[in-house]
Structure formats: structure tokens, C-alpha cells
Design a protein around this ligand. Structure first.
Ligand code: NAI
Ligand code: ISE
Length: 338
């Protein structure tokens, strides 16, 4: 069976996901595209998906009888409306992170999916599919004793001009917020943000870098540096300090050279390359589950939990240096125990 897929939002990642569905993965074909910038959808049609129809709105795309499942890859603040429309239509939906930019928005999605009665939504937390993180989890679970601290860094060489201080949380740190819940099998109880002096490459609406401290229910303290104008490369670091030893996320594969009296290896510069394999695996998982009329992988509940923590981190930015408590509602049965 070949699933007919519609993509809403055909910018950087929408285009890349359309490419992987039409050119790399098994079981799906792009039949529909939509973007508020029509020229962007037309260009993806011309370059990647010649048999797709371009729809004027995401809602029309979702309603189309030629669409079996939907990819939401538009700007974060627009995800909620499309995910709710996909659930209302009973169509499986892959939604890029964040599920919603606020906890209230994510909660509405959870409520709609619970009312539907079966899973339809997968959130694009692709790090759970990354070979390095999967290996790190295995060692963290079995070899280094109880995790006491995590030291992490999320560095982007640069970000668009429109990127502002809260986006460091709900657009960037959201990956760590999700992956550390999964890695440590734990939830957060508080968040605190401190700001070192800002780097010269930033602007008035973006304090950069930032250090976020999350404390978990089991007492693990996670320090993450977010530095989105680091200039030198795209660099994701993570070290788990356990009571018996330390486990570190592997570096991406790179050729080390000895040349001109220098020992060196290159550093990636683009998230598309850093996580290329995990995007492939997560979307193949989506296609597999969607063919059964359901969803797999990170749930709406995970998206909601990440949004609750993300709201607390944004409040912690505003409360600069003060700790903000994080509390969670009870988990609906649809999302298993916990
Ligand atoms: P982008 O700006 O390159 O593309 C977004 C596209 O959405 C644009 O073409 C824009 O015109 C379109 N759009 C905006 N509002 C829309 C609406 N209401 N309806 C239809 N189209 C609309 O942004 P990018 O980098 O592709 O990010 C898109 C989403 O993917 C974001 O939520 C972002 O957080 C997420 N993302 C996830 C990554 C990951 O590592 N999992 C990496 C990069 C982005
Ligand atoms: C972007 O949207 C992503 O998701 C990237 O993985 C992240 O590194 C970047 O900071 C975000 O803006």
C-alpha cells in the first residue's frame, strides 16, 4: 500500500521531508502540498513531487480525499490548527516540533486525540531515533549507575533574524526537554535560566547564549547551554554523569586528518546533516504506523509534557535566575502508564 501524503509548510524541513518520502523511504508518495507562500509549494512540486496538487490552505489539503496522512511542517505557532484539523478528519498526522508553542495549545491536541480514542499524532522529536542517543540511553540505563547530572550544549552557527529569546526554549531547547525525559525516564520539577554576557553576533531581541537548569523528580540536575550564534558549527553535546561513571553522546562520524602539521576533523554546520539518518527512521516509522491508521513514536502527550516544561523555561527566562516549579496533570490511559 502506498500512502498518499500531504505536506503543510514547504520550507526547509517540509521540503526535506517531502524529498525523503518521494526519494528515500518506502510506502508513501507526496500527493498534496500547501504553504502560505504558494511559490514555495510550487517549487517543491516542480523539484520533488510532480504528481502533487497544490492547495490554497492546509485545511483544504487535510480534507482532500486524495490525502491519507498529513505532515505539518509549517511555523511552530501554526501547528495546533492543522493537527486539530487532521484529528477531526481521522487522518494520521506527523507534526514537527514543537507540537504547539504553548502548553494550552498542546493540551487541546491531547484532548482531541483522547476524544478520538486512538493515536493519530507523532511529534517530530527525531533525537529518540538517533543512533547516538539510542546507544547513550542503553549505557545510561545499564552501566553508569544512577544519573546524577547531565551537561549538555545545543549550538547553532546562526539563526534567522526573526528568532527571539523565547524561541531558544520552544524552538531549540525543546529537543533537549524531550530527549532528556526519554533518556532518563524522568520528569522535570523545576527550571532556572541564567544569562551570561551576550555574544556580539546577537541582536536586541535575542539574549544569546543562555544556560537552562532543569531538575528532575528523581533529583538529576541537567545544565544545557543554548548558544545559537556560536558561529563555528552545529554542535550537539551531551554527557551523563552517573554515580559509577560517565557516558557521552558520540560525535558524528568525521574523517580526521593530519595535514600541514595539524591534526583536525570537520564539524557539521547544518541540523539537516547532523540528524539526517534519524529523520529517515522517524518518518519511516510514521509511514509504517499510518498505514495501519494509527501513529507511533513520540506522542501528543510527550509534546504536551515538553510544552509544559517549555512554558516554565520561558517563565524562568523572565524571572532571570529564579527557579520556576513544574507540575504535570495525570496521564490519560491512551498514552500508557506513567
Ligand atoms: P521555514 O521557515 O523554512 O519553513 C516553514 C514554512 O511554513 C514556510 O515556507 C512558511 O511559508 C510556511 N508557513 C508558515 N505559516 C504557515 C501556515 N499557516 N500554513 C502553511 N504554511 C505556513 O521553517 P523550517 O525550518 O522548515 O521549520 C518548520 C518547522 O519545523 C518548525 O516548527 C521548526 O521548529 C521545525 N523544525 C524541526 C527541525 C528538527 O530538527 N526536527 C529542524 C528544523 C525545523
Ligand atoms: C530548528 O528548528 C531545529 O529544530 C534544529 O534542530 C535546532 O538546532 C534549531 O535551533 C531550531 O531552530
Amino acid at each position: 500500500m502506498t500512502l498518499r501524503i500531504g505536506v503543510i509548510g514547504t520550507g526547509a524541513i517540509g521540503r526535506d521531508h517531502a524529498r525523503r518520502i518521494n526519494q528515500v523511504l518506502q510506502g508513501g508518495r507526496i500527493t498534496a502540498l500547501s504553504d502560505v507562500n504558494r511559490a514555495s509549494a510550487d517549487a517543491v512540486r516542480a523539484d520533488i513531487a510532480p504528481d502533487a496538487t497544490v492547495f490554497a490552505t492546509g485545511e483544504e489539503l487535510i480534507a482532500s480525499p486524495d490525502v491519507d496522512a498529513v505532515l505539518v511542517t509549517s511555523w511552530g505557532a501554526t501547528h495546533e490548527q492543522y493537527v486539530l484539523a487532521a484529528i477531526a478528519a481521522g487522518k494520521p498526522c506527523f507534526c514537527e516540533k514543537p507540537l504547539a508553542t504553548t502548553a494550552d495549545g498542546a493540551k487541546r491536541i491531547v484532548e482531541a486525540e483522547v476524544a478520538h480514542g486512538t493515536r493519530l499524532v507523532q511529534v517530530g522529536f527525531m533525537r529518540r531515533y538517533d543512533e547516538g542517543y539510542v546507544a547513550l540511553k542503553k549505557v545510561t540505563d545499564s552501566q553508569i549507575g544512577a544519573p546524577i547530572m547531565v551537561h549538555a550544549a545545543h549550538r547553532n552557527p546562526t539563526v534567522p533574524e526573526a528568532y527571539t529569546t523565547p524561541m531558544a526554549i520552544h524552538d531549540t531547547l525543546i529537543h533537549e526537554i524531550d530527549v532528556f525525559r526519554w533518556l532518563l525516564d524522568d520528569d522535570y520539577v523545576s527550571a532556572r535560566v541564567t544569562f551570561p554576557r551576550s555574544c556580539a553576533r546577537t541582536h536586541a531581541k535575542l539574549r544569546d547564549p543562555q544556560i537552562v537548569t532543569l531538575v528532575t523528580a528523581k533529583g538529576t540536575v541537567i545544565n544545557t547551554e543554548i548558544f545559537v550564534n556560536c558561529h563555528y558549527g552545529y554542535d550537539i553535546q551531551c554527557e551523563v554523569v552517573g554515580e559509577d561513571g560517565i557516558a557521552k553522546l558520540p560525535e558524528p562520524m568525521a574523517i580526521r586528518t593530519r595535514l600541514n602539521a595539524t591534526l583536525s576533523n570537520p564539524i557539521l554546520t547544518d541540523w539537516k546533516d547532523r540528524f539526517v539518518a534519524s529523520y529517515d527512521v522517524e518518518l519511516q516509522d510514521f509511514l509504517r504506523a499510518a498505514a495501519q491508521g494509527t501513529a507511533s513514536g513520540p506522542t501528543s502527550w510527550d509534546g504536551y509534557m515538553a510544552a509544559v516544561a517549555s512554558d516554565a523555561c520561558v517563565a524562568a527566562q523572565e524571572a532571570e535566575g529564579d527557579s520556576i516549579a513544574i507540575t504535570y496533570p495525570a496521564r490519560p490511559a491512551l498514552y500508557g502508564k506513567g
